[in-house]
Structure formats: C-alpha cells, structure tokens
Design a protein around this ligand. Structure first.
Ligand code: LRY
Length: 225
C-alpha cells in the first residue's frame, strides 16, 4: 500500500469546503480552516477546487485529497479525467472522483479514468454511492474506496448519520482495500462507531468546517419564537 494511504489509517480527514455564493468561499479562508484542522489533529484535508487545493497544499503538511466539483447534480465530483488531472496538477496528493456507474461526460469509463490516472502516477479515491459502485471501483484497482455519495445518487437511502450498512458491506467484501467512511458523520460518537465498523479512516466536513449548517443545528434546538 502507498505510504501516504498507510498514513491515513485510523485517522480523521477534515473536509474544508465552502459552497458557491457562501461567505467563506475563498482559498485563503479555506487554507486557514485547513491549518486549524491540522492543528486539531487531522491526518489529511479534503478540499474542492483548483485554487483551494493549491492554497491548502501550500500551507499544510498532511496529505491533501483534492476534488473539483462541477455543478451539483448527476456526476459532479471530479466528473472527467481532465478535472482529475487538473486536481493532481494543482497539488492534490490523492484525487477523489465520482465512482458511480453513470455515464461520464468525457465518454470514458470509470476504469479507463482510473487507468489513465494511475499511468500519471496519481492516487485515486472512489466516491461511491452504492455497493455496486464499490465493486466497480475495486475491479478498476482504485486505491481507496469511500461512502461519500451514499444517499446522494438514488441508490441508497439518505441516512441521518453515516451509512453504516454500506460501510460494513464494503469492509466485509474488500479486505485489503482501504475503505473511508464519508458523509453525515456529525458527532465524535458517530466517528467512533464508523472506526469500530472497520473504516480505514473517516472524512468529516460539515460538522467541523461549515458554520452555517452548525449554527442552524443549534438554532433548530431553540424554542419557537
Ligand atoms: C455528497 C457531496 O457532494 N459531498 C461532498 C463531497 O466532497 C461534500 O459536500 C461533503 O461535505 C463531504 O463529503 C463531507 O461530508 P459531510 O459534510 O456530510 O461530513
């Protein structure tokens, strides 16, 4: 296994993303967020967009998992080989890509995309939405598989917390392949649960780095006014 992936074992990766139109959507702000997460013990940073990848890579020592989102429906997480190569060129140590079985905009199959990235020497993380996606990703020799898209592609119910069932299926079926649990881990207790379920590492985003969502969780606990 690549030492960089070995280094993520039993660790917390923090996803630092601000969405289009949001006040914190600025590479310097995201780099500050990433540095703060690193100080808190993150073993890796996941981030979005070429400017953020470059800014964060210049500031943190831990590995950077880069994605490039284009739109917000269909295949939008690093949708093509070109997007993935740009992430790698911007400095990402690992590039996460959509690993669903849906047709890709550049006409390449998922396996062809992974092959081209491996030929470049790029490590690939498969953002899966179902067990069948994970099977395809493993067959293609992907370096890391994850539950990132569970609940977002219509194949799995959107669970309140992390999709523990899918995580368990992936861990059982693919021993030897690092499985990252990502998506809706909102509390330290949930993080402990996914690690106990066999996750190689976990990615937490919203609950650490999205103050607008966190504020709304607290606001929703207030009495009606
Ligand atoms: C589905 C999708 O587009 N997920 C994105 C992938 O990068 C991000 O919006 C999430 O914040 C990230 O996966 C971390 O998950 P959570 O924020 O739930 O901890």
């Amino acid at each position: 296994m690549h030492p960089l992936i070995e280094g993520l074992k039993d660790g917390l990766v923090v996803s630092c993303q601000a969405y289009p139109g949001e006040p914190m959507r600025h590479p310097e702000t995201m780099a500050q967020m990433a540095m703060a997460a690193e100080l808190g013990g993150a073993v890796g940073i996941r981030c979005q967009g070429l400017a953020d990848i470059a800014a964060i890579k210049g500031q943190v020592k831990v590995p950077v998992i880069g994605i490039w989102k284009e739109g917000d429906e269909g295949i939008y997480i690093t949708p093509t080989l070109r997007h993935a190569r740009c992430c790698a060129n911007a400095g990402a140590d690992i590039v996460a890509i959509d690993a669903t079985r849906r047709p890709r905009a550049d006409g390449l199959t998922y396996a062809e995309t992974v092959r081209a990235l491996h030929d470049d020497g790029t490590l690939v993380m498969a953002d899966c939405g179902s067990f069948a996606d994970a099977e395809q990703a493993v067959e293609a020799g992907t370096d890391i598989i994850s539950t990132t898209l569970a609940g977002y592609t219509g194949e799995r119910e959107k669970t309140d917390g992390p999709d523990l069932e899918l995580l368990g299926q992936m861990v059982d079926a693919f021993p030897g392949v690092p499985v990252i649990c990502e998506g809706r881990i909102h509390t330290p207790a949930q993080l402990a649960e996914v690690m106990e379920a066999g996750a190689w590492a976990a990615v937490v985003g919203t609950a650490i780095t999205h103050p607008t969502s966190i504020t709304s969780w607290f606001r929703d606990a207030l009495p009606a006014r």
